[in-house]
Design a protein around this ligand. Structure first.
Ligand code: AMP
Ligand code: TRP
Length: 330
């Protein structure tokens, strides 16, 4: 029997090149060797307020982009998180074995709650859902009992907590679930903002120039790369002190499937203008290809999503029952 893999992306905004390079690219590789379950995390999108119409749009876009990027429904079970009620049911159980102290240490919670406080200057308006978000993520994972979870580096801390909670649950309730390992890409596990290369490229960035969206007009994306913040040295080499240049080299290397050292060599005698033109061109061609496929999928995702949910529901409810029995609920 094949080992299992599970992962998801939160439906909070439009997918970026960071999501592709940091997470989707690995999913595509893994689908050939594993039984893979990939979902659109719509329940997670509710942790900070989102306009319901926007959520519906985002859900469909992400689902069709999964397909357009190369996830094959014959190999990967694709579904919407909220179509599998076991996620919400197990979430409750997981909150009972997760401590407040553990959840308060999560850096993503600290960042997001600080942003809310900054906007409104009140601490009491932080949603409980934002605080317990990692418990839902742990439930998402345990339901498929996977060997590993492909994610970008920002999810490493959540995965470590997941391992800890699975271990706790196994010991306390005499269960035998896997402690899943994160699969984090070597190249591009944290693609940076084009405007501030110290920060990650994020789908919730308010400045549209900071991110390349997978559905950006390819010409607009090309222009964003030409305007990307670098430095004034005009010499291309790998250095943490040159985050803007390193980011462009990383994007180039990942999309060309070469190492960063090979990318560095390719640009060694070239200027920043050359670098931006070549990276811009590679990104543009990549988007053109994905968007062509996207158009053919966007109209008919319902059938794939229903079939995916059916398959996911089967395995998720089996694992939920094992846990419910162990906890004395059934
Ligand atoms: P999110 O956009 O936060 O829902 O993340 C979905 C997946 O994409 C997670 O596995 C993230 O770690 C990954 N990801 C998001 N942004 C980036 C980025 N800038 N670079 C690399 N991976 C990313
Ligand atoms: N929290 C993840 C993110 O924002 C998305 C996610 C939700 C996820 N559930 C998951 C990723 C389960 C992997 C496994 O990126």
């Amino acid at each position: 029997m094949l080992e299992k893999i599970v992962s998801g992306i939160t439906a909070t905004g439009k997918l970026t090149l960071g999501n592709y390079i940091g997470s989707i690219k690995n999913m595509i590789k893994l689908q050939n060797d594993y039984e893979q379950y990939i979902f659109v995390a719509d329940l997670h999108a509710l942790t900070t307020y989102i306009d319901p119409k926007e959520l519906i749009e985002n859900k469909k876009n992400i689902f069709a982009l999964y397909l357009a990027c190369g996830l094959d429904p014959q190999k990967t079970t694709l579904f919407f998180q909220s179509d599998v009620p076991a996620h919400s049911e197990l979430n409750w159980i997981i909150t009972t074995i997760t401590n407040m102290g553990e959840l308060s240490k999560m850096t993503q919670f600290k960042d997001k709650s600080q942003n809310i406080v900054k906007q409104d200057n009140k601490t009491e308006i932080i949603p409980t859902g934002l605080f317990v978000y990692p418990a839902l993520m742990i439930a998402d994972i345990i339901l498929y009992n996977p060997k590993a979870v492909p994610v970008g580096i920002d999810q490493k801390q959540h995965l470590e907590l997941c391992q800890k909670i699975v271990k706790r649950m196994n010991t306390k309730y005499h269960l035998n679930f896997n402690e899943p390992k994160p699969i984090i890409p070597k190249i591009g596990n944290k693609i940076k903002s084009l405007v501030n290369p110290e920060q990650k490229m994020s789908k919730s960035d308010k400045n549209a120039n900071a991110s390349i969206y997978l559905l950006d007009d390819p010409e607009v994306a090309y222009k964003k790369i030409q305007r990307a913040v670098t430095d004034s040295e005009n010499k291309i080499y790998i250095s943490e002190e040159k985050p803007g240049v390193l980011n462009l080299l990383t994007i180039f290397a990942s999309l060309k499937d070469i190492s960063i050292e090979e990318a560095e060599k390719h640009f060694s005698n070239k200027t920043y203008k050359d670098l931006k033109e070549e990276v811009g061109e590679v990104v543009k061609q990549f988007l053109i290809e994905i968007q062509k496929k996207y158009q053919s999928y966007i109209q008919n995702i319902d059938e794939i999503a229903q079939a995916g949910a059916k398959k996911a529901n089967k395995i998720a409810s089996e694992n939920l029952l094992i846990i419910q029995k162990a906890f004395g609920l059934k």
